[in-house]
Ligand binder design. Structure first.
Ligand SMILES: [Fe+2]
Length: 366
């Protein structure tokens, strides 16, 4: 924008050079009006631009609250993550994006790897609110979710599940009994990236082959479709994120999904070891953000109890901060007292993403 302004001023000066002498004062006036207009624009622009891939209507309400509190106008540019990422990459230093808000640390990590983010999300408020495995200086987790196992209590025994881990999904005892979505899905990429981080690429490649061998069907559908498959008896266990069960139970996705959700139970893997695989919705600070200060202020606001309550009640995610309770639908049906994996840094999801895709593809994971 500054370049455009300078070019415009040069343009006027050019006209001046070629113009008559009596035109000089007029041109100087034009320039000064122009410059003061620009300056006033800069001085009064109190806004923040969010490239938003989360499509919760409730999020927009939350940004309204932020504006009411701070006077900072929030411009929401909604779109699918792929399209928004492409736009940020293409626009480069000229991008109007301040923050990129999306689901999954793997997406924020991949944008970091592409050089599209900048540091700055490291204020005391952010650091004290968010445990360090859930953030970097360039992106910060704003709400949590776990990727867990759902099972049929009729067809899966307690003994079978006892001590169950992600690693155990490759156990031949689950042959023909497991459903999980495609390898192109970001949640799976991040889960597999975390396994590579913990167990190495070679072991994870063998694991992926075991998982594919156990699949009840070729992967298809979203997370809720996996839960539906268990409810319908097509499979005995499914892998899906925590908030989807609460969403289905809420009735917001219709009575069929509500009834299906009642037929499955949630199981949190790796409780005897490193804890259950965690992920986040993340806010990333875009390189060249025109409103960096406001962007940081907005992230700090999203980590306040008011904003966190808003997230948990509307999206059924877990709060990022302590002292805020998840939605009663989550507390009552998923529980709270599970051990989270607090050691595996979520930045490893982006770093190991290519390797994760490689092992899944090699295993024939559709
Ligand atoms: Fe999701």
């Amino acid at each position: 924008m500054i370049i455009v302004i300078i070019l415009n001023i040069l343009n006027i000066l050019n006209i001046n050079e070629c113009g008559e002498k009596e035109e000089d004062m007029k041109n100087i006036t034009i320039i000064s009006v122009f410059v003061s207009l620009i300056l006033s624009t800069f001085a009064t622009a109190n806004e923040v631009n969010i490239f938003n891939a989360r499509h919760y209507k409730a999020d927009a309400e939350l940004y309204g609250k932020f504006t009411a509190k701070t006077g900072i106008k929030v411009n929401l540019i909604n779109g699918k993550s792929g399209a928004l990422e492409k736009r940020i990459i293409e626009e480069g230093a000229d991008s109007s994006a301040d923050l990129y808000i999306t689901a999954d640390a793997g997406r924020c990590g991949a944008m970091d790897a592409k050089g599209t983010l900048q540091g700055g999300l490291s204020s005391a408020a952010i650091k004290s609110a968010v445990p360090k495995n859930f953030r970097t200086s360039k992106w910060v987790g704003i709400a949590k979710r776990a990727r867990i196992i759902y099972y049929s209590p009729e067809r899966v025994t307690g003994a079978e599940l006892s001590g169950m881990t992600y690693e155990g999904l490759a156990d031949p005892k689950w042959k023909g009994r497991l459903v999980i979505r495609k390898s192109s899905n970001i949640y799976n990429k991040s889960l597999v990236a975390s396994l590579i981080k913990n167990n190495g690429k070679k072991a994870t490649a063998a694991w992926a082959e075991g998982v594919v061998a156990n699949m009840a069907r070729a992967p298809k559908g979203n997370d809720r479709a996996q839960i539906m498959a268990v409810a319908a008896g097509e499979a005995d266990i499914a892998v899906a994120n925590t908030y989807y069960l609460a969403l289905m139970l809420s009735g917001k996705k219709g009575s069929e999904q509500q009834e299906a959700a009642k037929k499955v139970k949630a199981f949190f893997p790796n409780q005897d070891g490193r804890g259950t695989h965690m992920n986040v919705s993340c806010a990333a600070l875009v390189k060249g953000a025109p409103n960096k200060k406001n962007a940081i202020a907005l992230v700090e606001y999203l980590l306040t109890p008011e904003a966190q309550e808003h997230f948990t009640n509307n999206t059924f995610e877990f709060p990022m901060i302590n002292g805020v309770s998840p939605s009663p639908l989550v507390v009552n049906n998923l529980g709270l007292d599970f051990k989270q994996d607090m050691n595996t840094k979520l930045s490893s999801y982006g770093k190991n993403q290519a390797a994760a895709v490689e092992v899944m593809t090699a295993a024939g994971w559709k």
